[in-house]
Design a protein around this ligand. Structure first.
Ligand SMILES: [Zn+2]
Ligand SMILES: [Zn+2]
Length: 279
């Protein structure tokens, strides 16, 4: 069960790998490109070769990317087309160095029904454009802020259906988003209820990534504000239940808690391990 934190690959994959190892992580998260814009970094064959060797040496599991927040496949025309192009390109770029998955916010729309259909079509086109490759595209379950698509399991299922149920399409659960959306995941039973709902809707096998965050706002607030582990409304005991759950603890897990600088994630990783009964 690889555990890592959201780092950066702006200084290259080898630097990200060393940073991950230095904070006690066995994997890492990264933005596939500038999170607020569209600029992407070219990843050379030499960089990939160095990364592969280093990854072996450090014993790191496959990393997990996050697509830019500016992508909205729930929209139309130019914005939709931009999103389809970026998702397709980044699937290809990240498959080239063996990323486990890249995570996408499904998007937002005034008319949810029409928006979900557009997201499904966009995802389908992006996967077709990306060609063969093992990296998954994971739709992230959201907190359910106004107009946001993909907070409800049924909406994620709808997108997957509209996309033609491709095998490379997965789901990423985020503990902060789940809690904000109204799932009380602070107990084993609560987690089972949540997993039953998502599993029935999308198929449990599609759940492929976990984002581990505490939540600044209470249960059902529909507000997406991450907190450091144990310092939010989910709390230490709640996060202990998450870390103890056999299904969740088996997922590649990435921390996205608010820290001042990447090395500060060493403390968060240590807390996550302690709550999981490790070391
Ligand atoms: Zn996200
Ligand atoms: Zn997340």
């Amino acid at each position: 069960m690889p555990l890592g934190a959201h780092l950066t690959m702006s200084k290259g994959l080898p630097a990200a790998a060393r940073l991950a190892a230095s904070i006690g992580a066995d994997t890492f998260g990264f933005h596939t490109r500038n999170p607020r814009g569209g600029a992407r970094r070219v990843i050379s064959a030499e960089e990939i070769a160095e990364w592969r060797a280093l990854r072996q040496e450090l014993g790191l599991a496959a990393p997990v990317g996050h697509l830019p927040y500016t992508i909205n496949l729930g929209s139309e025309r130019d914005i939709w087309e931009f999103g389809v192009r970026v998702v397709g390109e980044d699937l290809q770029r990240c498959a080239a160095f063996g990323a486990h998955a890249i995570v996408l916010h499904p998007g937002h729309a005034v008319d949810a029904e029409a928006g979900l259909a557009r997201v499904g079509e966009g995802v389908k086109r992006a996967l077709e454009a990306a060609g063969n490759g093992e990296t998954l595209l994971c739709l992230e379950g959201m907190a359910g802020q106004t107009g946001e698509l993909g907070a409800e399991p049924g909406q994620l299922a709808r997108i997957i259906r509209e996309a033609g149920e491709p095998p490379r399409l997965g789901v990423c659960l985020d503990t902060c988003h789940l809690f904000a959306a109204g799932w009380d995941i602070r107990t084993h039973e609560g987690i089972d209820r949540m997993l039953a709902a998502f599993g029935d809707a999308v198929g449990r096998g599609r759940i492929q990534v976990l984002h581990l965050n505490d939540s600044r706002f209470p249960l059902g607030s529909h507000r997406d504000r991450h907190a450091r582990l144990g310092q939010g409304e989910i709390g230490e005991e709640g996060l202990r239940a998450v870390r103890a759950h056999p299904f969740l603890r088996g997922l590649p897990t990435i921390l996205e808690t608010p820290v001042d600088d990447y090395p500060d994630y060493a403390g968060e990783i240590a807390v996550a391990r302690r709550l999981g009964g490790e070391g």
